[in-house]
Design a protein around this ligand. Structure first.
Ligand code: NAD
Length: 306
């Protein structure tokens, strides 16, 4: 547990798939977590996990020493910060936005927070719902040295790694670059397995070879899209759970938006965006993103024994 935050009053706003587990981990670490979400169901779930559900964002913010937001997208974050946090949180509170949002909004809101006298960091997490529940997220943090130092003890209690990426917005930048890489390597991994099968290779044998050869990647060895091959992954549960295609698509769109603004040439990211868009349009939005393999080969045959 980090120095100086052995027990703090934390306002937690956004108790969805990710925020619910993260808030519970802060409560488990001994903090008084005052939790708010627009959804009654989410509030009730938080009550069952040692958090104190409250009726409004402002109620959660009153007297808070730390504020965590875990909201869907940039517009929700801007609304909650402009309408609540930057008005009603104590100026001494450390503000952490853990949502995955566009870099431009992250920088704008951080600028408004600084102008209002607050210390804020953007701290998106990687690892998905299982890591949010298990307290093993990887956080990439954008903000000042002071902001990072103050946020880290709280983030440590929700994650296994907390890395200072740079100034305001750098956490979001790191997150979308990472997920662009993930989207592209997963698409390439799916293609490679489909081709391997068409060429008559045994898929377990191809995995054994490629996972120790230069084609190896996290998409292959930690998140193999083939049922029954590699570690247990969503592929072994008919691609349920895990990281939804819709969320991968969201991150790829954020990456393409940022690339356009920055004038970066990202053809592989663009191709990945198009593939995931097509898969979402064909009904794959709610499936784990590794289910893309089913679209890459419509005749995809689940290997014997899977
Ligand atoms: P979610 O939709 O399950 O949760 C978002 C919650 O925010 C909902 O419960 C919603 O009711 C609440 N909300 C929206 N507007 C609000 C407001 N004004 N005040 C209070 N509550 C409000 O989404 P999630 O899966 O928990 O993801 C949250 C963020 O984390 C997103 O930015 C997402 O991209 C990112 N993320 C998700 C995953 C994942 O695997 N689900 C992984 C990494 C990052």
């Amino acid at each position: 547990m980090g120095q100086g935050n052995s027990m703090a009053r934390v306002a937690f706003i956004g108790l969805g798939n990710m925020g619910g587990g993260m808030a519970a981990n802060l409560a488990k670490a001994g903090h008084e977590v005052r939790a708010f979400d627009l959804s009654e169901v989410a509030l009730e779930r938080a009550r069952g996990k040692a958090c104190t559900p409250v009726g409004s964002a402002d109620e959660a913010l009153a007297g808070a020493e730390a504020v965590v937001t875990m909201l869907p997208a940039g517009k929700h974050v801007a609304d909650v910060y402009r309408g609540n946090v930057l008005i009603n949180a104590p100026k001494s509170a450390i503000l952490m936005d853990c949502s995955t949002i566009d870099v431009a909004t992250a920088k704008t809101v951080a600028g408004e927070a600084a102008a209002a006298g607050y210390t804020m960091v953007d701290a998106p997490g990687s690892g998905g719902i299982a890591a949010a529940n298990g307290g093993t997220l990887t956080f990439m943090v954008g903000g000042s040295d002071e902001g990072f130092a103050r946020a880290k003890p709280f983030l440590d209690q929700m994650g296994k790694a907390v890395i200072h990426a740079g100034g305001a917005g750098a956490g979001q930048a790191a997150k979308i670059c990472n997920n662009m890489l993930l989207g592209a390597t997963m698409a390439a991994t799916c293609e490679a397995f489909v081709l391997a099968q068409k060429l008559g290779l045994d898929l377990q044998t191809f995995y054994d070879i490629s996972s120790k050869a230069s084609g190896q990647s996290w998409s292959m060895t930690s998140y193999c899209p083939v049922p029954g091959v590699g570690p247990d992954t969503p592929a072994d549960r008919d691609y349920e759970g895990g990281f939804a295609t819709a969320l991968m698509l969201k991150d790829l769109k954020l990456a393409m938006e940022a690339a356009k603004e920055a004038g970066a040439y990202t053809p592989m990211g663009g191709e990945a965006e198009e593939l995931y868009q097509r898969f979402a349009d064909r009904g794959g939005a709610g499936k784990d993103f590794s289910a893309l393999i089913k679209m890459i080969d419509d005749s995809w045959v689940v290997p014997a024994g899977a």
